[in-house]
Design a protein around this ligand. Structure first.
Ligand code: GLU
Length: 283
């Protein structure tokens, strides 16, 4: 068994991250398995080096130990590019020149599990237009979902303890696999990394449950194994809303500064006991 915790170094870790890390760590260690850290730092404009060291210090304070060096997504860009090349050579991705405003302005843009479904404006551009615009305009790369689904057929993945679920890729539309400003999207990088790390169980927040449909589809397209998934409840603050990076009172750094014992906190979180005022919510 191998699990992982994958923080994005865009802010301080808070109680919600601690809960996620403790569940993933304890699940692996309880089964005699391995636990790894991945740093999701491909978003160059938002990632900050100082948050990496701070996050690792927070995890150590919780008594969490990990195997090997943390894996940094910024060191894996070649793997993302190779996968994208593979999909490109199979006609499964296309360049998209639309801006956010273009997409928002499309009256027909419906909403899917992960936001606006791309209306397909750039899907069938003639090759000559594509070549010309690629040389001159910023573009992302989108998965041609209809073709992808035709290639894979119906897929399933398993939520631990709850059984199998149909992977509904179609509901997400033509998702972005490589961004204008980053060489891979979360979906592509995370799917490739989980496979490369050998993650057998992906344990993460319920806010990411819809992503499993997309990750399952990418696994099928790229010939990768499928882990088991557990999407756990989210930690909410005294206002009943799920914690966000701005909730500094819940940051692990401030709890540590207040003299809280990290290992005792980790033991409480493992038993779903939260500090006063905090609660768990499934979505
Ligand atoms: N970096 C992602 C996040 O912080 C983690 C996603 C995952 O565990 O797959 O939301």
């Amino acid at each position: 068994m191998l699990t992982r915790f994958a923080p994005s170094p865009t802010g301080e870790l808070h109680l919600g991250h601690a809960y996620s890390a403790v569940l993933a760590h304890d699940a692996a260690r309880g089964a005699g398995g391995r636990f790894m850290i991945r740093i999701d730092d491909i978003d160059g404009s938002r990632s900050r080096e100082e948050f990496i060291g701070a996050s690792l210090a927070d995890l150590a304070w919780l008594g969490i130990d990990w195997d090997g060096d943390p894996v940094r997504q910024s060191a894996r860009l070649g793997a993302y590019a190779a996968a994208l090349d593979d999909l490109r050579s199979r006609g499964l991705v296309y360049p998209c020149f639309c801006t956010r405003a273009d997409i928002a302005a499309s009256l027909s843009a419906p909403h899917g599990p992960s936001g606006a479904v791309y209306p397909g404006t750039c899907r069938d551009l003639p090759d000559v237009d594509r070549e010309r615009r690629m040389a001159a305009e910023p573009h992302c790369w989108r998965l041609d979902m209809a073709r992808a689904v035709t290639e894979t057929g119906e897929l399933e993945w398993e939520e631990m303890g709850q059984g199998r679920r149909i992977a509904d890729g179609q509901a997400h539309g033509d998702i972005v696999l490589a961004r204008k400003d980053a060489p891979a999207s979360y979906h592509l990088a995370s799917t490739l990394d989980d496979a490369a790390m050998g993650a057998t169980h992906v344990i993460r927040g319920a806010d990411l449950i819809a992503s499993a449909d997309v990750h399952r589809l990418l696994q099928a397209l790229l010939g990768l194994p499928t882990p088991l998934y557990r999407h756990h409840a989210l930690v909410c603050g005294p206002d009943g809303k799920r914690l966000a990076k701005r909730d500094t009172a819940a940051s692990l750094a401030s709890l540590r500064a207040a003299g809280i014992d990290g290992r005792a906190l980790a033991a409480d979180l493992a038993a779903d006991r939260l500090p006063t005022g905090y609660s768990l919510r499934k979505s």
